[in-house]
Write a protein of this length. Sequence first.
Length: 310
Amino acid sequence: MKWGQTIFGALLALSLVLLSGGNAWASSNEQLKWIEGGRKVDLGKMATVELDSSLLFLDAANTAKVSEMNHEKPSGKEIGSIFPKDENQNWEVVFEYYELGHIKDDEKEDIDADGILDSYKEGTEESNKEKAESDRLYVTGWDVEPFYNEATHNLTWSMLAEDGNKEKLINYNVRLLTRQGYISAILVSDPAHLDADKKFLNEKILPKLTVKSGERYEDFNASTDKIAEYGLTGLILGGAGLAVAKKVGLLALLIAFFKGAGIKVIILIGAACAGMFGVIGKFFAKLFRKKKSESVHNETNVQDQSETLQ
């Protein structure tokens, strides 16, 4: 099992979307193919989502292109992304799919939130011993304790932390279990609007996401399908498991992961980053304002013509 697959969900670090070379966005000759809301769109082969008319969508290829335009390496797991049409809103949701085997939900009634939290704390504290104070990370508690929705097969949790300067951080995670893995919903927001954006994600986007027939959690075939090496607790810990988290330390995992993967973004958002996220949000808004006016209309016309011909 690859590190990028096993550690992703457990990494607890500052989500700074590194917009290096902003001019590269403006000067890029590549045009993102936006899909306007008010229709159903595919999240790859795995799922569909009914888009509200206030939203915009990028498919897997265009979601990866955003990373490339930003001089970042796509994860290769992207299946789509959603953005607000309102240029005054600065958030996005990126969907990725990880095929790791069927994750059993036997622990759904017995997720040990205290044990998981202790593991995170012990792992980071052990790793902190070898770090300068400014590089240390401290887990302080749960924002939202891990909980599993058996009806939708969604696993959600949100952890609180702070860095060596006592700056507050929040990590928000949603995993949608499927027949042979899970869909990760990655929310990128700013601290001032995080609660509202989480509410929109949970009320206006996730309930309209439907896993396709044959890929649903209940479509699991015990005679042919692989079983994942871990359950819900392991998923919260990124597949590394409690013992590995304690032994290696999450900061060590973070360093190893970044050396081996070039991942786009890890969502940890803190009030101390409000200034930077404000700049990022304004930058995205300016970019998308231009792209929407030039690209959304064209893409919608092409799609409408295609639908008319069918």
